[in-house]
Design a protein around this ligand. Structure first.
Ligand SMILES: C[S@@+](CC[C@H](N)C(=O)[O-])C[C@H]1O[C@@H](n2cnc3c(N)ncnc32)[C@H](O)[C@@H]1O
Length: 301
């Protein structure tokens, strides 16, 4: 069971920090099996589950390059600290001008440290690239953006990765999900968190119905156990692809409450869904917490 959720140094839309525990409690990872995570994003899920053997991949080469550089020791907690202190002090003085200077430099040279700097100082910690694969998120104005405490937080996040990367046998690849899933064999586990279909996304890659079906076919063709993260419904909409594409899967729901503003009447709920090709009740579980609601359903074939 996960006692503390470690947050990775990269921020990304759709990051699963809040449901890492829910995911981990329902993952069926056997001894000696390899964890495959073809849509790793920030890596928060696999990094916290910390399996001994894992293959992490994503189509975004900048995420992969950063993690590979930390794994090889090319980038260290110390070099991150020095870099952010130096560039952060210029940012404090020149603000937008320096942010856009780094953005231009990154789009030309693709240095992973510049990527980290942009990711931690851009608007809302977003990752967004234009059609020419140039990072195009504007500056996220904040006085003292790289204050000492903020740098320490990022440095500690990198230090934690140095530790888990050195303790485990993990590979990082920049490739599409098909390649990673094709490597998974019987007894392995594939966790997928693709961009959500039917909702507006702006990732390195686009996502549509054709890809959702290609993902389903790749997963069904593999002999591995799999889990897919998706959204089920909110007050306004329902994810109809769960019934049309993922028929036959087991579905676990978890209601997630969030506030828009401070008022109680603005409390909204969102149903997160985990779809699996195995019965999650066979995974040893912890008891439910007060107020927690889980529902299990098997999708009709
Ligand atoms: C929802 S995010 C994953 C978030 C991640 N689980 C986390 O908690 O940080 C989806 C990821 O899929 C990647 N992606 C999009 N299309 C892809 C494809 N065809 N193959 C592999 N990765 C893809 C995006 O670059 C993005 O990092």
């Amino acid at each position: 069971m996960i006692e503390k959720v470690y947050v990775p140094p990269i921020k990304i839309q759709g990051i699963k920090t809040k449901i890492v525990e829910f995911i981990s409690e329902n993952v069926y990872l056997e001894e000696n099996s390899t964890w495959h995570e073809p849509f790793m994003g920030s890596g928060v899920v696999g990094f916290n589950l910390a399996p001994i053997k894992a293959v992490f991949s994503d189509t975004n080469p900048h995420i992969i390059e950063l993690y590979k550089a930390i794994q090889s020791g090319k980038i260290t907690a110390k070099s991150v600290c020095e870099f952010l202190e130096y560039e952060g002090s210029i940012l404090a003085e020149k603000e937008d001008e320096h942010y856009y200077f780094i953005r231009e430099r990154f789009n030309e040279k693709h240095d992973p440290l510049d990527f980290l700097f942009l990711n931690r100082s851009c608007f809302n910690g977003m990752i967004r690239f234009n059609k020419s694969y140039e990072f195009n998120v504007p500056y996220g104005h904040k006085p003292k953006r790289f204050a000492k405490a903020y740098i320490t937080k990022i440095v500690n996040q990198v230090r934690h990765l140095e530790t888990v990367f050195s303790e485990n046998d993990w590979e990082f690849h920049c490739c599409s999900f098909e390649e990673t899933i094709a490597r998974a064999g019987e007894g392995d586990f594939v966790y997928c968190d693709p961009p959500y279909i039917g909702r507006h996304v702006d990732y390195y890659d686009s996502w549509d119905e054709e890809q959702e079906i290609a993902l389903k076919n790749a997963l069904y063709a593999s002999h591995a156990k799999f889990m897919l993260s998706t959204w089920d419904e909110n007050k306004y909409r329902k994810n109809t692809y769960i019934d049309t594409v993922w028929d036959g899967c087991y579905k676990l729901n978890k209601e997630h409450f969030y506030h828009v503003g401070a008022k109680e009447k603005n409390r909204n709920s969102m149903m997160e869904a985990l779809l699996m090709n195995y019965d999650p009740t066979t995974v040893p579980k912890r008891p439910l917490r007060a107020g927690e609601q889980l529902t299990l359903e098997r999708m009709a074939l």
